[in-house]
Design a protein. Structure first.
Length: 144
């Protein structure tokens, strides 16, 4: 039993002395090193801010270009709508003009036919005075 206790004490002493070799010395930063690191951080921050500003300007430029393209497309669409609207109005005017002209021509032709028919009926009435058969036919059609 004494051997065991002695063995354990030895083991504890041995293990406790190993922990002394495991100690690592921490690096202590001086004020100068801290200032240098802060200076580098500030320079890096300034560089990032400058790059961010350049990206922002580039993005604004692209947005302006897109805005100009959209405006041009809207103007083009408006022009196309106006052209087609003008064509529709012109076509409707042509249709109305053609219809009016056609009605006038039809009216003139109809009047000429009526005048010709009335002359023909007068001629037939005169002939029916001498021709009894023609008079009977005209009476059946209600022309005498």
């Amino acid at each position: 039993m004494i051997k065991r206790i002695t063995g354990m004490v030895m083991l504890i002493l041995l293990l406790s002395s190993l922990s002394a070799f495991c100690y690592q010395k921490t690096t202590i930063l001086t004020d100068r090193e801290i200032i240098e690191r802060l200076t580098r951080l500030e320079e890096g921050l300034k560089a990032l801010q400058k790059e961010q500003k350049l990206l922002k300007e580039e993005m604004n430029k692209r947005f302006d270009e897109m805005d100009k393209r959209i405006t041009d497309l809207v103007h083009t669409a408006n022009t196309i709508v106006m052209v087609f609207g003008g064509l529709v109005v012109a076509m409707m005017g042509l249709v109305f003009w053609d219809r009016r002209t056609l009605i006038e021509k039809a009216k003139d032709v109809t009047v000429k036919h009526i005048e010709t028919d009335s002359r023909l009926i007068r001629v037939l009435r005169e002939l029916s005075k001498t021709d009894k058969r023609l008079a009977e036919v005209m009476k059946t059609f209600g022309l005498l």
